[in-house]
Design a protein around this ligand. Structure first.
Ligand code: AQP
Length: 333
């Protein structure tokens, strides 16, 4: 087995990328580029586990790639492509459908959260989504996966699949991947409900700050963000039982590379009117250059497509021999 440290991560092109994707994923991806060989994927096959209008999917796939690049992913240094370009993802996912156990998938909380009471109407793809995610990672024998806390359970499943595959086939082909969870922004919550994660598919635009939002929109969304009537406490411990306050302080901390405690010390005793103004300033300062760069990239979709084609070729070159090795282990001729 190669001892090279390889990172794989991705995001679904299911809507406009948002502050949660940036703080929980993209900015960490950027940091990892110096120490790892990085593969960053726009996971369009995951996206279609829920209905996507085809033209919108195409647009959002390009926009996701633009978001990666605008936040600092370097498509020369790292491999950037969209998942459906490399057929090995689907092939390995099928093998993993036959390795993973129903009981394992039944425990996945994200599936339960997403389908709610409509379980019978959910696509089969949504149910086996974690198996495809395992295939995404293991197709490249990735050793490290940077994820938000919301994806930790899926990553555990990837480890279980790798362990069972290695055990069943008496091989050591797959590494046991390590999660990389970094910094304060690991889980950003909805601006409308501090107990729900910020999400692309939340029907309320006011629940999230999108990376395409201009300064006025960011200001309006933060102004309307839900809070409570109390002032900011002296320490992070005083945020206990105040999910919206915790979230806004957490966002400020993540954007300024501080801890929640340091932010509390800075704003102790101040009301949310004041705090929201300060938060708007740092959010606009950090996000405006990203928004501008995304708009510039989106003006030339052919160039984005060229980057994705080239990234797909580089990804395929790594995946192909690994997939052949797996097929041989399984007994396919
Ligand atoms: N709110 C969040 N806080 C921190 N990290 C987040 N991520 C997503 N939301 C947050 C991280 O971003 C990466 C890409 O995630 P994704 O877009 O592929 O999938 P998701 O987690 O399902 O994101 P959404 O926005 O909730 O999408 P929909 O609404 O389509 O399901 C991951 O590393 C994720 O942890």
């Amino acid at each position: 087995m190669s001892d090279q440290k390889r990172v794989f991560s991705g995001a679904q092109p299911t809507g406009n990328m948002h502050l949660g994707n940036y703080l929980g994923a993209f900015r960490n991806w950027v940091k990892l580029q110096d120490d790892y060989e990085c593969i960053y994927c726009v996971v369009d096959m995951h996206a279609i586990t829920t209905w996507q209008d085809p033209a919108t999917l195409t647009q959002q796939t390009r926009e996701a790639a633009a978001a990666y690049i605008a936040t600092g992913v370097d498509p020369e240094k790292s491999i950037l492509f969209n998942q459906s370009r490399v057929p090995g993802h689907a092939e390995l996912a099928w093998i993993f459908n036959c390795v993973a156990r129903l009981g394992w998938l039944n425990r996945m909380t994200q599936f339960k959260d997403k389908v709610g009471k409509n379980r019978e109407k959910a696509s089969c793809g949504l149910y086996v989504y974690p198996n495809l995610m395992a295939a995404d990672i293991l197709l490249y024998k990735a050793t490290h996966v940077p994820v938000g806390q919301d994806q930790k359970q899926h990553l555990e499943l990837t480890r279980d699949i790798a362990t069972k595959f290695n055990h069943d086939f008496k091989t050591e082909i797959f590494p046991i991947v390590e999660p990389v969870i970094m910094g304060e922004g690991a889980k950003v919550m909805s601006l409308r409900d501090g107990t729900k994660k910020m999400s692309k598919s939340d029907p309320s635009q006011y629940s999230r700050i999108s990376l395409t939002d201009d300064a006025d929109t960011i200001m309006a969304k933060i102004r309307k963000a839900k809070t409570d009537a109390e002032t900011l406490p002296a320490t992070a411990a005083g945020l206990e039982g105040r999910p919206e306050a915790t979230n806004l302080v957490g966002i400020y901390a993540a954007l300024t590379d501080a801890t929640r405690n340091q932010v509390c010390v800075q704003f102790e005793g101040r009301g949310f009117g004041d705090f929201k103004k300060a938060l708007t300033d740092v959010a606009v300062e950090k996000l405006a250059p990203i928004t501008t760069e995304m708009a510039r990239l989106m003006d030339d979709p052919a160039e984005i497509d060229r980057i994705l084609v080239r990234g797909g070729e580089r990804a395929q070159a790594i995946a192909e021999p690994i997939l052949q090795e797996v097929k041989q282990v399984v007994g396919f001729i």
